[in-house]
Each structure stands twice: as structure tokens, then as C-alpha cells.
Design a protein around this ligand. Structure first.
Ligand SMILES: [Zn+2]
Length: 162
């Protein structure tokens, strides 16, 4: 197992979606079909990804799927051993979500995956005293909220508009 591609715990905790440089380089259109590549995951891990997809779908973001789709953008999802302080990471250079393989609680795992997918959509951290959000740093309990959907729409437009 490779370690998380990060240099310091403080970097990950401060900016787990921006490679430590404060900018999310590669983002994915939340309104375009996007495949989450779960081919390297075990059954429980794949269930976690499906649960995270359902959490975003509950807010109207219904473009994520695990089945391969020709022409769709692909976000890799990998689980790796890491220190307990590391819940997850969005590698914004490679477009890959990393999740701590020790994070086995189904709810916490799904929340963490949905948080990292938020980074992949281009969302930054939201301080807990600013508002409750799936993008709160270190969040293990808050699913994507209506305000999070508003932030997605600010970037990508309303996905349901035709
Ligand atoms: Zn984060």
C-alpha cells in the first residue's frame, strides 16, 4: 500500500482538497455524467461509494454513477492505510479520491466520500462556525445539505435545468 500522497498532516487537515496549495486544480462538472471508478474496491468499500452517491442525489446532484459510461469523466476512488487523523483526500492533480481504509463505520465512510467528492466538484472547506456543511473540515457526520447544493449550483448551474 502506498501512503497518502501528502507531505504533512497539517496540510491535509487544512486543505484536503487542494493539494496543500489552496487551489483545487482539477474539478468535475456536477451536472455532467461522471463515473466513480470503484474497480479497486472491495464490496463494503463499493457500498460506501454508492451511499455517498445517494447522499448527493438526495440534494439533486444525480450525475454520479459507478457503472462505466463511454465519454464520461472518471474520478478514481481508492482506499489506503493512513493515520487516524486522515479521513480522506482529494488528489486534485490526478482526480482521485483517497479514503482511509480504517474508516469502516458505514455512515462516517459515506460522509467522508461525499466530502471528497465535494472537493472534486470544486467545493472548498466551510468553517463549522460559518455554516453546517458536508465540507466542514474533518466532517464525519454532516451529509450534503441544501446550502451545499446552492454552492454547487453557483459553480455549475442548476443541474436540473434543461
Ligand atoms: Zn476536505
Amino acid at each position: 500500500l502506498r501512503p497518502f500522497p501528502i507531505v504533512a498532516a497539517a496540510t491535509l487537515l487544512a486543505a484536503c482538497g487542494s493539494g496543500g496549495d489552496g487551489v483545487i486544480d482539477r474539478t468535475f462538472d456536477a451536472c455532467a455524467p461522471t463515473v466513480l471508478d470503484v474497480s479497486a474496491l472491495d464490496a463494503d468499500q463499493q457500498t460506501g461509494v454508492e451511499d455517498a452517491i445517494a447522499l448527493w442525489r438526495a440534494q439533486g446532484i444525480d450525475t454520479l454513477q459507478t457503472e462505466p459510461l463511454d465519454g464520461a469523466a472518471t474520478i478514481g476512488v481508492l482506499f489506503q492505510d493512513a493515520s487516524p487523523a486522515f479521513h480522506g483526500l482529494y488528489d486534485d492533480q490526478a482526480g482521485i479520491v483517497y479514503i482511509n481504509s480504517d474508516l469502516v463505520d458505514p455512515s462516517a465512510r459515506a460522509i467522508t466520500i461525499s466530502h471528497e467528492l465535494g472537493h472534486a466538484f470544486g467545493l472548498y472547506h466551510v468553517a463549522i462556525d460559518e455554516r453546517v456543511s458536508v465540507m466542514n473540515p474533518g466532517n464525519l457526520t454532516v451529509a450534503p445539505t441544501e446550502d451545499d447544493r446552492v454552492q454547487i449550483e453557483a459553480m455549475w448551474g442548476p443541474c436540473t435545468a434543461q
